[in-house]
Design a protein around this ligand. Structure first.
Ligand code: SAH
Ligand code: SF4
Length: 382
Protein backbone atom coordinates (compact mmCIF):
# COMPACT_ATOMS: atom_id res chain seq x y z
CA UNK A 1 0.00 0.00 0.00
CA UNK A 2 1.41 3.36 -1.07
CA UNK A 3 0.64 6.15 1.39
CA UNK A 4 0.52 9.76 0.22
CA UNK A 5 3.63 11.62 1.42
CA UNK A 6 1.50 14.10 3.37
CA UNK A 7 0.45 11.28 5.70
CA UNK A 8 3.78 10.74 7.32
CA UNK A 9 3.52 13.60 9.84
CA UNK A 10 -0.23 13.82 10.17
CA UNK A 11 -1.46 13.77 13.77
CA UNK A 12 -4.93 12.49 12.89
CA UNK A 13 -3.22 9.37 11.61
CA UNK A 14 -0.86 8.77 14.54
CA UNK A 15 -0.36 5.07 15.09
CA UNK A 16 -1.67 4.35 11.63
CA UNK A 17 1.45 2.83 10.22
CA UNK A 18 1.97 0.36 13.03
CA UNK A 19 -1.35 -1.35 12.50
CA UNK A 20 -1.39 -5.02 11.67
CA UNK A 21 -1.46 -6.45 8.23
CA UNK A 22 -4.66 -8.37 7.63
CA UNK A 23 -4.15 -10.05 4.26
CA UNK A 24 -0.87 -11.92 4.55
CA UNK A 25 1.32 -13.36 1.82
CA UNK A 26 0.81 -17.12 1.43
CA UNK A 27 4.20 -18.02 2.87
CA UNK A 28 3.40 -16.35 6.21
CA UNK A 29 0.65 -18.84 6.99
CA UNK A 30 0.51 -22.58 7.27
CA UNK A 31 -0.27 -24.38 4.06
CA UNK A 32 -3.89 -23.34 3.66
CA UNK A 33 -4.53 -26.01 1.05
CA UNK A 34 -4.24 -28.67 3.75
CA UNK A 35 -6.08 -26.73 6.47
CA UNK A 36 -9.70 -27.52 7.22
CA UNK A 37 -12.26 -24.73 6.74
CA UNK A 38 -12.87 -24.52 10.49
CA UNK A 39 -9.13 -24.11 11.11
CA UNK A 40 -9.04 -21.19 8.69
CA UNK A 41 -12.00 -19.59 10.50
CA UNK A 42 -10.38 -20.20 13.91
CA UNK A 43 -7.12 -18.66 12.78
CA UNK A 44 -8.89 -15.65 11.28
CA UNK A 45 -10.81 -15.18 14.55
CA UNK A 46 -7.68 -15.50 16.68
CA UNK A 47 -5.30 -13.41 14.58
CA UNK A 48 -7.53 -11.19 12.44
CA UNK A 49 -5.46 -12.07 9.39
CA UNK A 50 -5.95 -14.29 6.38
CA UNK A 51 -4.30 -14.99 3.02
CA UNK A 52 -5.85 -14.51 -0.41
CA UNK A 53 -5.99 -18.25 -0.90
CA UNK A 54 -7.77 -18.69 2.44
CA UNK A 55 -10.39 -16.06 1.55
CA UNK A 56 -10.94 -17.89 -1.72
CA UNK A 57 -11.41 -21.18 0.10
CA UNK A 58 -13.86 -19.65 2.60
CA UNK A 59 -15.95 -18.05 -0.12
CA UNK A 60 -15.97 -21.17 -2.28
CA UNK A 61 -16.12 -24.03 0.16
CA UNK A 62 -18.12 -22.98 3.25
CA UNK A 63 -21.31 -24.97 3.62
CA UNK A 64 -24.29 -23.82 5.70
CA UNK A 65 -22.81 -25.14 8.97
CA UNK A 66 -19.43 -23.52 8.31
CA UNK A 67 -21.14 -20.24 7.54
CA UNK A 68 -22.97 -20.41 10.86
CA UNK A 69 -19.66 -21.18 12.59
CA UNK A 70 -18.05 -18.16 10.90
CA UNK A 71 -20.98 -15.98 11.99
CA UNK A 72 -20.71 -17.23 15.59
CA UNK A 73 -17.04 -16.23 15.71
CA UNK A 74 -17.92 -12.80 14.29
CA UNK A 75 -20.64 -12.40 16.94
CA UNK A 76 -18.14 -13.19 19.69
CA UNK A 77 -15.78 -10.47 18.48
CA UNK A 78 -18.62 -7.99 18.03
CA UNK A 79 -19.82 -8.69 21.57
CA UNK A 80 -16.35 -8.24 23.00
CA UNK A 81 -16.32 -4.64 21.74
CA UNK A 82 -19.97 -3.63 21.55
CA UNK A 83 -21.91 -6.17 23.62
CA UNK A 84 -25.47 -6.55 22.37
CA UNK A 85 -25.81 -2.84 21.55
CA UNK A 86 -27.07 -1.78 18.17
CA UNK A 87 -26.45 1.81 17.04
CA UNK A 88 -29.09 3.49 14.95
CA UNK A 89 -28.33 6.13 12.30
CA UNK A 90 -31.16 8.26 10.95
CA UNK A 91 -30.83 8.34 7.16
CA UNK A 92 -31.98 11.57 5.54
CA UNK A 93 -31.94 11.36 1.76
CA UNK A 94 -31.67 15.06 1.12
CA UNK A 95 -31.31 15.15 -2.67
CA UNK A 96 -31.94 12.78 -5.55
CA UNK A 97 -30.14 14.94 -8.14
CA UNK A 98 -26.81 13.51 -9.23
CA UNK A 99 -24.20 14.63 -11.75
CA UNK A 100 -22.64 11.14 -11.90
CA UNK A 101 -23.61 8.24 -14.10
CA UNK A 102 -22.75 5.05 -12.19
CA UNK A 103 -24.24 2.27 -14.35
CA UNK A 104 -25.78 0.46 -11.37
CA UNK A 105 -27.69 3.31 -9.76
CA UNK A 106 -31.23 4.54 -10.39
CA UNK A 107 -30.22 8.14 -9.60
CA UNK A 108 -27.60 8.29 -12.39
CA UNK A 109 -27.83 11.49 -14.41
CA UNK A 110 -28.81 9.76 -17.65
CA UNK A 111 -31.87 8.17 -16.07
CA UNK A 112 -34.48 10.55 -17.36
CA UNK A 113 -37.24 8.66 -15.61
CA UNK A 114 -35.83 9.35 -12.14
CA UNK A 115 -37.94 11.75 -10.13
CA UNK A 116 -35.72 14.44 -8.71
CA UNK A 117 -36.21 16.38 -5.48
CA UNK A 118 -34.17 18.19 -2.90
CA UNK A 119 -35.21 18.80 0.68
CA UNK A 120 -35.32 22.34 2.00
CA UNK A 121 -33.22 23.17 5.05
CA UNK A 122 -36.44 23.41 7.00
CA UNK A 123 -37.49 19.88 5.98
CA UNK A 124 -34.10 18.40 6.83
CA UNK A 125 -34.06 20.08 10.23
CA UNK A 126 -37.59 18.77 10.77
CA UNK A 127 -36.39 15.20 10.08
CA UNK A 128 -33.61 15.68 12.63
CA UNK A 129 -36.00 17.05 15.24
CA UNK A 130 -38.29 14.07 14.79
CA UNK A 131 -35.35 11.68 14.84
CA UNK A 132 -33.91 13.20 17.97
CA UNK A 133 -37.19 12.73 19.83
CA UNK A 134 -37.11 9.05 18.84
CA UNK A 135 -33.61 8.54 20.21
CA UNK A 136 -31.41 9.02 17.13
CA UNK A 137 -28.04 10.58 17.93
CA UNK A 138 -26.50 10.31 14.46
CA UNK A 139 -27.95 11.84 11.31
CA UNK A 140 -26.70 10.69 7.95
CA UNK A 141 -27.17 13.23 5.16
CA UNK A 142 -27.10 11.15 1.99
CA UNK A 143 -27.58 12.30 -1.56
CA UNK A 144 -26.55 12.20 -5.16
CA UNK A 145 -23.75 14.59 -6.09
CA UNK A 146 -26.03 17.59 -6.43
CA UNK A 147 -24.16 20.79 -7.39
CA UNK A 148 -26.97 22.82 -5.81
CA UNK A 149 -25.45 21.96 -2.41
CA UNK A 150 -22.18 23.82 -2.80
CA UNK A 151 -19.82 24.34 0.08
CA UNK A 152 -21.81 27.11 1.73
CA UNK A 153 -25.27 25.60 1.53
CA UNK A 154 -24.13 22.32 3.04
CA UNK A 155 -21.96 24.05 5.67
CA UNK A 156 -24.98 26.06 6.78
CA UNK A 157 -27.12 22.95 7.00
CA UNK A 158 -24.49 21.07 9.03
CA UNK A 159 -24.02 24.03 11.42
CA UNK A 160 -27.77 24.30 11.96
CA UNK A 161 -28.08 20.60 12.79
CA UNK A 162 -25.15 20.80 15.21
CA UNK A 163 -26.59 23.95 16.80
CA UNK A 164 -29.97 22.29 17.36
CA UNK A 165 -28.47 18.96 18.46
CA UNK A 166 -24.96 19.46 19.84
CA UNK A 167 -24.89 15.93 21.28
CA UNK A 168 -25.41 14.33 17.86
CA UNK A 169 -23.00 13.20 15.16
CA UNK A 170 -23.49 14.31 11.57
CA UNK A 171 -22.41 11.87 8.87
CA UNK A 172 -22.19 12.90 5.24
CA UNK A 173 -22.66 10.50 2.34
CA UNK A 174 -22.46 12.90 -0.54
CA UNK A 175 -19.85 11.57 -2.94
CA UNK A 176 -16.64 13.01 -4.30
CA UNK A 177 -15.63 16.62 -3.69
CA UNK A 178 -12.47 18.72 -3.47
CA UNK A 179 -10.50 18.46 -0.26
CA UNK A 180 -11.28 22.10 0.57
CA UNK A 181 -15.01 21.35 0.53
CA UNK A 182 -14.56 18.33 2.81
CA UNK A 183 -12.54 20.53 5.17
CA UNK A 184 -15.20 23.25 5.26
CA UNK A 185 -17.91 20.73 6.07
CA UNK A 186 -15.70 19.19 8.75
CA UNK A 187 -15.11 22.63 10.25
CA UNK A 188 -18.87 23.24 10.14
CA UNK A 189 -19.30 20.20 12.39
CA UNK A 190 -19.53 17.07 10.22
CA UNK A 191 -18.03 14.12 12.09
CA UNK A 192 -18.09 11.21 9.68
CA UNK A 193 -18.13 10.54 5.94
CA UNK A 194 -19.37 7.48 4.07
CA UNK A 195 -17.86 6.96 0.63
CA UNK A 196 -17.86 3.40 -0.59
CA UNK A 197 -14.94 2.73 -2.89
CA UNK A 198 -17.41 0.39 -4.76
CA UNK A 199 -14.62 -1.83 -6.11
CA UNK A 200 -10.88 -1.60 -5.62
CA UNK A 201 -10.21 -3.38 -8.90
CA UNK A 202 -9.45 -1.01 -11.77
CA UNK A 203 -10.97 -3.23 -14.50
CA UNK A 204 -14.09 -3.85 -12.45
CA UNK A 205 -14.42 -0.12 -11.70
CA UNK A 206 -14.34 0.62 -15.45
CA UNK A 207 -17.09 -1.93 -15.99
CA UNK A 208 -19.35 -0.15 -13.46
CA UNK A 209 -18.68 3.49 -14.36
CA UNK A 210 -18.25 5.77 -17.37
CA UNK A 211 -14.72 6.70 -18.41
CA UNK A 212 -14.71 10.09 -16.63
CA UNK A 213 -15.38 8.57 -13.19
CA UNK A 214 -12.03 7.36 -11.88
CA UNK A 215 -11.16 4.89 -9.15
CA UNK A 216 -8.03 6.91 -8.36
CA UNK A 217 -10.16 10.00 -7.67
CA UNK A 218 -12.44 8.07 -5.37
CA UNK A 219 -9.51 6.62 -3.45
CA UNK A 220 -7.88 10.03 -3.20
CA UNK A 221 -11.10 11.41 -1.69
CA UNK A 222 -11.00 8.69 0.97
CA UNK A 223 -7.42 9.53 1.89
CA UNK A 224 -8.29 13.24 2.00
CA UNK A 225 -11.18 12.55 4.35
CA UNK A 226 -8.91 10.51 6.64
CA UNK A 227 -6.30 13.21 6.62
CA UNK A 228 -8.82 15.89 7.57
CA UNK A 229 -9.86 13.83 10.59
CA UNK A 230 -13.27 12.42 9.65
CA UNK A 231 -14.32 8.99 10.85
CA UNK A 232 -14.39 7.38 7.43
CA UNK A 233 -16.58 4.65 6.02
CA UNK A 234 -15.90 2.78 2.83
CA UNK A 235 -17.23 -0.41 1.29
CA UNK A 236 -18.68 -2.06 -1.77
CA UNK A 237 -21.68 -3.80 -3.25
CA UNK A 238 -21.73 -7.59 -3.14
CA UNK A 239 -22.52 -9.35 -6.40
CA UNK A 240 -22.24 -6.28 -8.62
CA UNK A 241 -21.92 -7.14 -12.33
CA UNK A 242 -18.37 -8.16 -13.18
CA UNK A 243 -17.35 -8.87 -9.59
CA UNK A 244 -15.33 -12.00 -8.87
CA UNK A 245 -13.45 -13.49 -5.93
CA UNK A 246 -10.25 -11.71 -6.89
CA UNK A 247 -11.90 -8.32 -7.02
CA UNK A 248 -13.53 -9.04 -3.64
CA UNK A 249 -10.13 -9.81 -2.16
CA UNK A 250 -8.83 -6.57 -3.69
CA UNK A 251 -11.67 -4.87 -1.80
CA UNK A 252 -10.61 -6.44 1.50
CA UNK A 253 -6.99 -5.52 0.81
CA UNK A 254 -7.97 -1.93 0.07
CA UNK A 255 -9.89 -1.76 3.36
CA UNK A 256 -6.87 -3.14 5.17
CA UNK A 257 -4.80 -0.25 3.83
CA UNK A 258 -7.43 2.41 4.51
CA UNK A 259 -8.36 1.19 8.00
CA UNK A 260 -11.83 2.74 7.88
CA UNK A 261 -13.85 3.32 11.02
CA UNK A 262 -16.98 2.12 9.20
CA UNK A 263 -17.55 -0.39 6.41
CA UNK A 264 -20.77 -0.50 4.38
CA UNK A 265 -21.49 -3.54 2.27
CA UNK A 266 -24.77 -4.69 0.82
CA UNK A 267 -25.97 -6.73 -2.13
CA UNK A 268 -26.15 -5.13 -5.56
CA UNK A 269 -29.81 -4.93 -6.63
CA UNK A 270 -30.69 -4.07 -10.25
CA UNK A 271 -32.67 -0.97 -11.13
CA UNK A 272 -35.04 -1.23 -14.10
CA UNK A 273 -33.87 2.00 -15.77
CA UNK A 274 -30.14 1.27 -15.79
CA UNK A 275 -27.88 -0.72 -18.13
CA UNK A 276 -27.78 -3.46 -15.47
CA UNK A 277 -31.57 -3.88 -15.35
CA UNK A 278 -31.37 -7.54 -16.41
CA UNK A 279 -28.66 -8.59 -13.95
CA UNK A 280 -29.19 -10.81 -10.94
CA UNK A 281 -28.99 -9.35 -7.43
CA UNK A 282 -26.14 -10.18 -5.05
CA UNK A 283 -26.64 -13.12 -2.71
CA UNK A 284 -27.50 -12.85 1.00
CA UNK A 285 -25.22 -15.74 1.94
CA UNK A 286 -22.18 -14.13 0.33
CA UNK A 287 -23.01 -10.76 1.91
CA UNK A 288 -23.35 -12.37 5.35
CA UNK A 289 -20.05 -14.22 5.01
CA UNK A 290 -18.28 -11.03 4.00
CA UNK A 291 -19.83 -9.18 6.95
CA UNK A 292 -18.39 -11.87 9.25
CA UNK A 293 -14.97 -11.81 7.60
CA UNK A 294 -14.87 -8.01 7.86
CA UNK A 295 -15.84 -8.14 11.54
CA UNK A 296 -13.02 -10.60 12.20
CA UNK A 297 -10.47 -8.57 10.23
CA UNK A 298 -11.54 -5.25 11.79
CA UNK A 299 -12.90 -6.11 15.25
CA UNK A 300 -14.00 -2.58 16.25
CA UNK A 301 -15.37 -1.43 12.93
CA UNK A 302 -18.88 0.07 12.79
CA UNK A 303 -20.69 -2.26 10.44
CA UNK A 304 -24.28 -1.76 9.29
CA UNK A 305 -26.79 -4.42 8.37
CA UNK A 306 -27.85 -2.50 5.27
CA UNK A 307 -31.23 -1.65 3.77
CA UNK A 308 -30.19 -3.49 0.59
CA UNK A 309 -29.70 -6.67 2.61
CA UNK A 310 -33.13 -6.18 4.17
CA UNK A 311 -34.58 -5.59 0.70
CA UNK A 312 -33.55 -8.98 -0.68
CA UNK A 313 -34.46 -10.95 2.43
CA UNK A 314 -37.21 -10.12 4.84
CA UNK A 315 -35.11 -10.79 7.93
CA UNK A 316 -31.95 -9.33 6.37
CA UNK A 317 -31.30 -6.84 9.17
CA UNK A 318 -31.52 -9.55 11.83
CA UNK A 319 -29.30 -11.90 9.84
CA UNK A 320 -26.79 -9.12 9.28
CA UNK A 321 -26.57 -8.41 13.01
CA UNK A 322 -26.22 -12.12 13.73
CA UNK A 323 -23.32 -12.23 11.24
CA UNK A 324 -21.38 -9.53 13.11
CA UNK A 325 -22.95 -6.19 12.15
CA UNK A 326 -23.73 -3.65 14.88
CA UNK A 327 -25.45 -0.72 13.15
CA UNK A 328 -28.78 -0.17 11.40
CA UNK A 329 -29.80 2.88 9.40
CA UNK A 330 -33.56 3.45 9.47
CA UNK A 331 -35.01 5.99 7.07
CA UNK A 332 -35.87 9.41 8.48
CA UNK A 333 -36.63 11.05 5.13
CA UNK A 334 -40.13 12.51 4.76
CA UNK A 335 -42.49 9.72 3.64
CA UNK A 336 -43.49 11.83 0.60
CA UNK A 337 -40.03 11.61 -1.04
CA UNK A 338 -38.96 8.09 -0.12
CA UNK A 339 -40.18 6.44 -3.31
CA UNK A 340 -38.18 8.95 -5.35
CA UNK A 341 -34.82 8.07 -3.78
CA UNK A 342 -34.65 4.97 -5.88
CA UNK A 343 -31.09 3.60 -6.01
CA UNK A 344 -32.39 0.13 -6.88
CA UNK A 345 -35.74 -1.63 -7.43
CA UNK A 346 -38.00 -2.55 -4.51
CA UNK A 347 -35.93 -0.54 -2.02
CA UNK A 348 -37.81 -0.66 1.26
CA UNK A 349 -39.70 2.59 1.43
CA UNK A 350 -42.80 1.77 3.39
CA UNK A 351 -45.32 4.46 4.05
CA UNK A 352 -44.63 3.92 7.75
CA UNK A 353 -43.65 6.99 9.71
CA UNK A 354 -40.23 6.86 11.38
CA UNK A 355 -41.74 6.33 14.83
CA UNK A 356 -43.73 3.23 13.85
CA UNK A 357 -40.85 1.78 11.88
CA UNK A 358 -38.41 2.25 14.75
CA UNK A 359 -40.69 0.74 17.31
CA UNK A 360 -41.27 -2.40 15.24
CA UNK A 361 -37.54 -2.66 14.49
CA UNK A 362 -36.71 -2.40 18.20
CA UNK A 363 -39.15 -5.17 19.00
CA UNK A 364 -37.75 -7.45 16.32
CA UNK A 365 -34.18 -6.89 17.44
CA UNK A 366 -35.07 -7.38 21.09
CA UNK A 367 -36.54 -10.72 20.05
CA UNK A 368 -33.07 -11.88 18.99
CA UNK A 369 -31.29 -10.42 22.01
CA UNK A 370 -30.11 -7.00 20.73
CA UNK A 371 -30.70 -3.58 22.33
CA UNK A 372 -31.14 -0.47 20.26
CA UNK A 373 -29.31 2.24 22.23
CA UNK A 374 -29.58 6.01 22.43
CA UNK A 375 -25.97 6.99 21.69
CA UNK A 376 -23.78 8.61 19.05
CA UNK A 377 -21.99 5.28 18.69
CA UNK A 378 -18.55 6.53 17.72
CA UNK A 379 -15.70 4.26 16.70
CA UNK A 380 -13.96 2.87 19.78
CA UNK A 381 -10.38 4.04 19.39
CA UNK A 382 -8.89 2.22 22.38
N1 SAH B 1 -23.90 9.57 -4.16
C1 SAH B 1 -23.25 9.07 -3.00
C2 SAH B 1 -24.19 8.52 -1.96
C3 SAH B 1 -25.48 7.92 -2.42
S1 SAH B 1 -25.36 6.35 -3.20
C4 SAH B 1 -22.24 8.01 -3.38
O1 SAH B 1 -22.36 7.44 -4.45
O2 SAH B 1 -21.35 7.77 -2.58
C5 SAH B 1 -24.98 5.32 -1.81
C6 SAH B 1 -24.57 3.92 -2.15
O3 SAH B 1 -25.66 3.22 -2.71
C7 SAH B 1 -23.49 3.79 -3.18
O4 SAH B 1 -22.23 3.94 -2.58
C8 SAH B 1 -23.71 2.39 -3.73
O5 SAH B 1 -22.82 1.44 -3.17
C9 SAH B 1 -25.13 2.07 -3.31
N2 SAH B 1 -25.94 1.70 -4.48
C10 SAH B 1 -26.17 2.43 -5.59
N3 SAH B 1 -26.87 1.70 -6.50
C11 SAH B 1 -27.07 0.47 -5.96
C12 SAH B 1 -27.68 -0.72 -6.42
N4 SAH B 1 -28.23 -0.81 -7.62
N5 SAH B 1 -27.71 -1.79 -5.57
C13 SAH B 1 -27.17 -1.70 -4.34
N6 SAH B 1 -26.55 -0.62 -3.86
C14 SAH B 1 -26.50 0.48 -4.66
FE1 SF4 C 1 -24.87 9.32 -8.01
FE2 SF4 C 1 -24.11 7.91 -5.83
FE3 SF4 C 1 -25.91 6.92 -7.61
FE4 SF4 C 1 -23.36 7.14 -8.36
S1 SF4 C 1 -24.16 5.82 -6.68
S2 SF4 C 1 -25.15 7.76 -9.58
S3 SF4 C 1 -22.77 9.01 -7.29
S4 SF4 C 1 -26.17 8.69 -6.29
Amino acid sequence: MQFPASFINNKALAGYFERDKKILPEHEKKDSVKMGIRDIIDELAAEGSITRRQVTRLLKECGAKDREYLASKAREVREKWYGKDVYIRGLIEFTSYCRNDCYYCGLRCSNEKAERYRLSERDTLGCCREGYALGFRTFVLQGGEDPFFGRDALSRLISSIKKNHPDCAVTLSFGEHPKEAYKEWFDAGADRYLLRHETANEIHYRFLHPEWQKLQDRKKCLWNLKEIGYQVGSGFMVGSPGQNINSLIDDLEFLEGLQPEMVGIGPFIPHRDTPFAGEDHGRSELTLMLLSIIRLMFPRVLLPATTALATISEDGRERGLLAGANVVMPNLSPVSVRGKYSLYDNKICTGEEAAEALSSLKKRLKGIGFNVVVARGDFKRN
